[in-house]
Design a protein around this ligand. Sequence first.
Ligand SMILES: Cc1cc2nc3c(=O)[nH]c(=O)nc-3n(C[C@H](O)[C@H](O)[C@H](O)COP(=O)(O)O)c2cc1C
Length: 371
Amino acid sequence: MANIKTKICGITFPNPIWTAAGPASADAELLNQAAAGGAGALVTKTISVQPARVPIPNIHSVASGTLMNAELWSEMDYMKFIYDELPKIKDKSKKIIVSVGYTPEDLIVLGKELRKANVADAVEFSIHYIDKNPENLKRTAAALKDNLDIPVFAKISPSIQDLDVVIRVLDPHVDGFVAINSVGPALDFDIETGRPFLGSDDGRGWLSGGAILPIGLHVVAKISELTTKPVIGVGGVRKVEDVIKYIMAGASAVQICSLAILKGQQVYGGLADQLSDWMDAHNYETIESLKNTFNRSIARKLFFLKQGPQLYPTLIDERCTYCLKCERSCIHQAIKFYEHEFTLDTSRCVSCGLCASVCPTDALMLESSGD
Ligand SMILES: Cc1cc2nc3c(=O)[nH]c(=O)nc-3n(C[C@H](O)[C@H](O)[C@H](O)COP(=O)(O)O)c2cc1C
């Protein structure tokens, strides 16, 4: 059976599926539920020196599996969180990663208190609401590193344009990275009343869940190219295949937020079991052997193929259910079904690949014309 333990900064975790900072990790009761639900580590809701004043409403379902939120950070006093909540976590075998924010001044206070309380196995700090200039980021990381002797992870926001610069600046001052935080700002409102769905000052919030998976994968793959330090993936996981993608992109563990909000706290253990089964079926014995197997060179080859030979869809008859999703989604009208007969007009096909990706049964393969 596959070994799904993961080792990060010398700490061994029983599985790589963790909670993320959010409403499902907001207090001891919820963290105990996540532990019982099989989470491989407990990452807490972000605490800060000033409790947040959270607007209401603050979570809105934008589309299936995709949320928008304006939940900010914990409303709880940080001393209560550290001294009353964290000790109530029953399963002492679960490692606790406390999420903290935001300014260097805040982090000095929180770092000192966490060291005194000795309740955390690691910390992650969020750069979501701070000035992201390199000097400030360096000061922010140092504020924790100078006051703690446990691993410190930087949680990266997807809005960062100069990721290379930010990772290079932070790298010497942290023990690893977490990516990504929610995406935005984003807006949605009711067309009858004109009112935003979220109660924040400007109605804006942050996107999470299924829609942001490809952004998270991009950032994790990119950070993994820029550093040898561990990367923890988060963003858009809805099924085990998404977890596998994060690990293949370079992640040593994966956090889950929106899925746990929508489906409940048992999702962690369920995904861990499915990951183990998938690894068995595909002959991966360890997380380390699956990690970083995303094929960067093939991605480049497909790009060059577009200059010469084309990639045409071919049909695997026995898989086709004749749902016609491929025909309808072909804006170039290259695909036509005549009485269950698949035809492709190669003079119209531009090899975009959309038809194969909308097929619900994987009945279309993209094959090179080879000329
Ligand atoms: C309602 C809500 C509250 C969140 N609160 C925090 C937070 O306090 N600190 C933080 O770093 N990230 C916070 N996040 C971001 C998540 O930890 C995570 O990075 C993001 O939602 C992407 O993961 P997901 O697609 O699995 O939800 C929050 C997300 C949601 C949906």
